[in-house]
Design a protein around this ligand. Structure first.
Ligand code: DON
Length: 337
C-alpha cells in the first residue's frame, strides 16, 4: 500500500475550485511541517550520482490554473526529472502524432510490473504496453519528431521547457552517470527492435531518453508543468498553449492508470489523482481544472516513490479536496431528500 496517514485530516468535499488562497497557503505549510521530520526510505543508488542527494531536502509547491504558487521548503533545489519526463514527452508525441497512432504504437494499459521490466515486453508479444514504463518511454521517445537524435533531443528539451515556462538544462553529470549504468535500458531498446517496434536505432533512442531523464527541474517546475496539463494544455504562467486540451486529457488518463506503475491502483485509491514519480525523488500530481502539486524529497520507498512526497500528496488531496473521485451531494439533491 502507499504510505499515508490521513485518518485525522478533515476531508474537503470536491468542488470545481481550490479553497481560498490563504487556506491553500496554510495547508501547504502544514503538510511541509507534518512530514519534514519523517526520515523513512532510502536514496536511489542504481544511478550512482543520485546517492549524493541530501536526504533532508523537502520541497512542496502547488501551482493553480491561474498561475498562483503556494510553496514550502526546498522548492528551488534542482534535481534530475527522471521518469517524470515520460509524461511530458508522451504529451509532445501525442500532439505531433495524434491519439490513434500513439495508442496503436505504444499502448495505454498497465503492465502490473515494475518500471524497468523486460519480462513485461516478452509477456505482451513485444508491445511496450504504456508510455510510463521504460520500454514504452523508449518507444515514445523514438516517435519524437526530428530527422536525427540531436533534433529529437532539441524538440524534447524545448518542449519540456515550454511546459515549465523556463529553459531547462541538462545535468551533464547525471547524464554521464546514468549512461554508464543503463545497460538494462539498452537491452529493452534492442528487445523492442527485435519485435520490430522501433523505427530508430535503439541505442540512439536510449541515449535521447537518458538525456531527457537528466533535465534539471525544481518542485516548482514540476507544479507548473503539471498545472499546464490541469489547464487544458496552456501554461498558466506564460499563457503559452503547449499541447491541445485533448492531449492534456489523454496524458492525464494515462497517468491515472499507469503513472505510478504497478502501484497505480493503490495510488488512485489513496490519493485519487493522475500522477508521475521519478527515482530522484520528484512527484507531480495533477488535479484537472484546479492545478498541480510538485514535490521533491529524495528518500524513496521500496517501489521507488518519494516517501515524504506521497504522504504530502495524500494530505493535500484530502484537505484541499483534490481527488477526482470525491463528491458531495449537490444542494438541490440535499433539499429533496
Ligand atoms: O530509466 C531509468 O531507469 C531512469 N532514468 C528513470 C527511472 C525512474 O525515474 C523510475 N521512477 N520511479
Amino acid at each position: 500500500m502507499f504510505e499515508t496517514d490521513t485518518q485525522d485530516v478533515a476531508q474537503r468535499a470536491f468542488t470545481g475550485d481550490l479553497p481560498p488562497e490563504v487556506r491553500v497557503e496554510e495547508l501547504i505549510a502544514r503538510a511541509h511541517r507534518r512530514y519534514a521530520g519523517l526520515d523513512e526510505g532510502r536514496l536511489a543508488d542504481y544511478i550512482p550520482l543520485l546517492e549524493q542527494a541530501d536526504p533532508g531536502w523537502f520541497g512542496l509547491s502547488l501551482v493553480s490554473v491561474d498561475g498562483t504558487e503556494h510553496a514550502a521548503g526546498d522548492t528551488e533545489v534542482r534535481f534530475s526529472i527522471q521518469s517524470i519526463s515520460k509524461a511530458f514527452v508522451f504529451a509532445l508525441v501525442c500532439e505531433a502524432m495524434g491519439h490513434e497512432q500513439v495508442h496503436d504504437r505504444v499502448g495505454v494499459n498497465n503492465t502490473g510490473l515494475p518500471f524497468n521490466s523486460v519480462i513485461a515486453v516478452e509477456l505482451n508479444d513485444g508491445s511496450p504496453m504504456n508510455p510510463m514504463v521504460n520500454a514504452g518511454a523508449i518507444a515514445t521517445t523514438a516517435l519524437m519528431p526530428g530527422g536525427t537524435p540531436a533534433e529529437q533531443w532539441e524538440h524534447i528539451r524545448s518542449g519540456l521547457s515550454r511546459f515549465a515556462g523556463r529553459p531547462l538544462e541538462l545535468d551533464g553529470e547525471v547524464y554521464r552517470s546514468e549512461r554508464k549504468a543503463n545497460q538494462r535500458n539498452k537491452a529493452i531498446g534492442r528487445l523492442l527492435e527485435s519485435y520490430g517496434r522501433l523505427d530508430t536505432d535503439p541505442l540512439d533512442t536510449v541515449d535521447v531518453y537518458t538525456r531527457q531523464c537528466s533535465l534539471l527541474v525544481t518542485a516548482t517546475d514540476l507544479a507548473v508543468m503539471g498545472a499546464t496539463l490541469a489547464d487544458g494544455g496552456t501554461n498558466p504562467r506564460t499563457g503559452e498553449r503547449v499541447v491541445s486540451a485533448e492531449v492534456a486529457r489523454d496524458t492525464l488518463s494515462v497517468l491515472a492508470s499507469c503513472g505510478m506503475y504497478e502501484r497505480s491502483g493503490e495510488w488512485l485509491f489513496e490519493i485519487g489523482l493522475p500522477a508521475k514519480s521519478g527515482v530522484s525523488g520528484g512527484i507531480v500530481a495533477v488535479s484537472p481544472g484546479k492545478g498541480a502539486v510538485g514535490t521533491f524529497s529524495p528518500l524513496l520507498d521500496l517501489a521507488g516513490n518519494s516517501v515524504r512526497g506521497q504522504r504530502a500528496c495524500a494530505y493535500l488531496s484530502r484537505s484541499l479536496g483534490l481527488s477526482l473521485f470525491a463528491s458531495a451531494a449537490h444542494p438541490v439533491s440535499q433539499k429533496v431528500s
